[in-house]
Design a protein around this ligand. Structure first.
Ligand code: PA5
Length: 447
């Protein structure tokens, strides 16, 4: 079976063949710019060849470290924010389960994520969870200076050092960061932590298939070889291929044409709660890559049918400025038959003996008709299953689509200048050295 295919039945009435053909030429140019490495941000294109050119020595070390972590702890904490945690969390929930930590008979450690907010409650809860448990940490930060993970690392490092002593803690702390620069690299080397590399030419939101994602994913017992193979096969299938023959570029074409036609919001929809964090990863990928210079499609997400009971009304009938991209998982991990009830009090016997997946799929079909009839076009991406292979495959599909889309839009998809603004203000207000002038200005505005 094909791993991924694009079904355009519920969108094609919204885009003319002529417009599709015209935009394909633009997309071919944008893809060439990417592949020839002559576009903006071309110093961050390491992700393009990662599935075929990853560091094999480090990959082997990741597997060894993952086994060591599995053997030595009950609780494994991944500290990171944005691209430094979303991919790993998305993969673990996608392939395993959104309730991975509660799965019975699980032989791998519970995995928690920290340093992705500044919430005292979230970190305090985690400290309580660690009580009486053996703990390992993976601190992930490319820059090594991001405040949220740096604060969480300080708190959790203290916990480990109190529990195991400095020497014991050092064998339980793994750092993923720049290969030579930055505070975290220096600190890790000085303290003897094992380190993994965020390659210079791979930005955070494109880094799930580096040690950033792969170490936590491997700790969860997921086969990272199969994941890389999925990405490699997607690369072979889509990279450098003529746009009109290529589903990845067809996705780029459709979303850009819809955007030009006033559809400024893309809602990524999935009918599996296991994809909730995947939609978060996707939102960062597209939001941070495209949203700049006053342009970009705003990435939003829903899990159906859950959100049909909250956002369904708006999507069906509200401001007509959105389209949906639906990930349709063809083969579910589980089958669950609806039981027969002789009393049929709930009048559900028409469903008795039917697999819940069939009902879910029917809900999807009904929704596709309703939303597309209601002027919310739907692009459907049919994905074979929730295997690690499919994860690698669709992830590469989206990364490539995002990069090409950014060039079609006329932005640099590989920078994130807008993220700095809040940081500067926060540092100034918190009293960090070097921000005196801004502090004075902001204080005047507060008072
Ligand atoms: O995509 C990105 O570059 C960002 O989301 C970063 O991953 C995020 O800001 C964390 O940065 P760092 O890994 O340097 O701590």
């Amino acid at each position: 079976m094909t791993t991924l295919s694009l079904n355009d039945k519920f969108v094609k009435n919204y885009v003319s063949e002529k417009k599709m053909n015209d935009i394909y030429s633009e997309i071919n140019v944008a893809q060439k710019t990417l592949i020839d490495r002559v576009g903006e941000g071309n110093q961050f294109l390491g992700w393009i060849d990662l599935p075929v050119a990853y560091n094999k020595e480090e990959f082997a070390r990741i597997k060894i470290a993952a086994e060591k972590i599995q053997k030595s702890c009950d609780v494994f904490i991944v500290i990171g924010i944005g691209g430094s945690y979303l991919g790993a969390r998305a993969a673990i929930e996608f392939v395993k389960s959104p309730v991975y930590n509660s799965l019975p008979n699980k032989k791998t450690p519970d995995i928690y994520f920290a340093g992705n907010s500044i919430s005292a409650s979230a970190l305090s809860d985690l400290l309580k969870i660690c009580e009486g448990k053996d703990v390992c940490i993976n601190v992930v930060s490319k820059s090594g200076t991001t405040t949220e993970p740096a604060v969480a690392f300080r708190v959790l490092r203290n916990l480990l050092e109190e529990k195991y002593g400095k020497e014991g803690a050092k064998n339980r702390i793994f750092a993923t960061t720049d290969k030579e620069k930055g505070t975290l690299k220096k600190f890790s080397d000085d303290n003897g932590y094992e380190t993994f590399v965020v390659p210079d030419d791979v930005g955070g939101r494109f880094s799930v298939l580096t040690a950033v994602g792969l170490l936590p994913i491997a700790v969860a017992g997921i086969d990272i070889d199969k994941m890389m193979l999925g990405a490699k096969d997607a690369r072979e299938k889509y990279l450098g291929k003529e746009a009109s023959t290529n589903d990845c570029m067809k996705y780029v074409a459709l979303r850009n044409l819809l955007y030009r036609d006033g559809k400024q919001i893309e809602v990524l929809a999935a009918y599996e709660p296991a994809l909730q964090m995947y939609t978060e990863w996707w939102k960062q990928l597209f939001g941070e890559s495209e949203g700049k210079d006053g342009k970009g499609i705003y990435p939003s997400s829903v899990i159906f049918s859950t959100d049909l009971h909250s956002l369904g009304q708006f999507i069906q009938d509200g401001t007509r400025n959105l389209f949906e991209t639906v990930i349709d998982i063809k083969n579910s991990n589980d089958e669950l038959l609806i039981p027969f009830d002789p009393d049929n009090v709930d009048k559900l016997n028409f469903l008795a003996g039917k697999d819940l997946n069939y009902v879910n799929h029917t809900a999807m079909l009904g929704t596709l008709f309703a939303h597309s009839d209601g002027n919310a076009p739907n692009i459907v991406l049919e994905l074979a299953d929730r295997s690690e292979y499919s994860f690698g495959y669709i992830t590469y599909f989206f990364e490539l689509a995002c990069a090409v889309s950014g060039y079609v839009l006329g932005v640099n998809p590989f920078n994130q200048p807008g993220v700095e603004s809040y940081k500067k203000n926060m540092f100034a207000l918190l009293g960090k050295d070097g921000y005196e002038e801004l502090r004075e200005e902001l204080n005047k505005r507060i008072n």
